[in-house]
Design a protein around this ligand. Structure first.
Ligand code: NAD
Length: 258
């Protein structure tokens, strides 16, 4: 049986996923089309995606998860989310995870170790998870920062801690940096145990995440340094491959880590 897939978003992640699927890297998975942004005509539409696809993959951003996600799952189609940060919003999270009849899957994205944290959450207790993320200062400048704050971050010659707090604080202050924290909270099944530390590091050549998960079944110390996507320096080159891996598993789990 062939698993038919539609994509929403054709930026750094979506266009690479499309290339990989068209190249046949996921046997049993067929790309039916890419839903365009706004009026960009590609000869494919969201309605066609609903007709043709078993799974719709969101590679477009938090707004697109809110715009399309509920319609996808209520139509009985499966949704694979890359903008996992969208699930920080409690009512959208409930709609997507508790609604249906379609299922919502979450990519492991730029992170490793979510399998171990999910298993520990199912069989034990997650005491605490800290995630220290380092990014280049320019990637962390926000519209709410005043000129002095922006200049200070951009001129930093050593690492500067910009935030230490839970998912809610991170969402308020750095809304584009929520995917990792959201993924960890979802894996833990608890939004209270995750603390994020966000560091602007002028020496950071790549984005890195250092996760320490203290659980009743062990301590997982995970350090991931991601190469940037060649098409979007703010995105990770690993994510399209994580998406394709997920689709391969959905199509044929034989031999997969699950
Ligand atoms: N889970 C993870 O670890 C992880 C890591 C990196 C990025 N992401 C998420 O993946 C998303 C995509 O990343 P990217 O690097 O490809 O971004 P990108 O900016 O390169 O591409 C996003 C694309 O989506 C399109 N788009 C936006 N809204 C749309 C809509 N409503 N309908 C159709 N298309 C729409 C844009 O036009 C653009 O082409 C990011 O927004 C981010 O939230 C997740």
């Amino acid at each position: 049986m062939v698993l038919t897939v539609a994509l929403i978003g054709s930026g750094a992640i979506g266009s690479r996923v499309a290339e990989l699927l068209d190249a046949g890297t996921a046997p049993g998975v067929k790309l039916t089309g890419v839903v365009p942004h706004g009026d960009a005509g590609t000869g494919f539409s969201f309605e066609e995606a609903m007709d043709l696809a078993d799974v719709v993959v969101e590679c477009a951003g938090v707004g697109a998860v809110a715009e399309f996600g509920p319609r996808i799952v209520s139509a009985g189609k499966d949704l694979l989310v890359t903008s996992v940060g969208a699930l920080c919003e409690a009512s959208l999270r409930k709609t997507l995870l508790d609604g249906g009849p379609g299922r919502t899957f979450l990519t492991t994205g730029a992170l490793g170790g979510l399998d171990a944290i999910t298993a520990a959450s199912a069989g034990g207790t997650i005491h605490r998870i800290t995630v220290e993320s380092r990014k280049l200062p320019a990637a962390l400048v926000q519209p709410w920062m005043d000129g002095e704050a922006k200049d200070g971050i951009l001129a930093a010659t050593r690492p500067v801690e910009l935030l230490r707090g839970g998912p809610a604080e991170l969402i308020r202050a750095f809304p584009k940096s929520t995917n990792v924290v959201s993924a960890l909270a979802l894996a833990a099944g608890n939004w209270e145990v995750v603390e994020a530390v966000l560091i602007a590091d002028p020496a950071a050549k790549q984005t890195s995440h250092h996760v320490v998960a203290e659980t009743s079944l062990g301590t997982f110390d995970i350090h991931v340094t991601n190469h940037a996507s060649p098409d979007n320096p703010a995105s990770s080159a690993l994510v399209p491959h994580a998406v394709v891996r997920g689709l391969r598993t959905l199509a044929n789990a034989n031999g997969s880590f699950i």
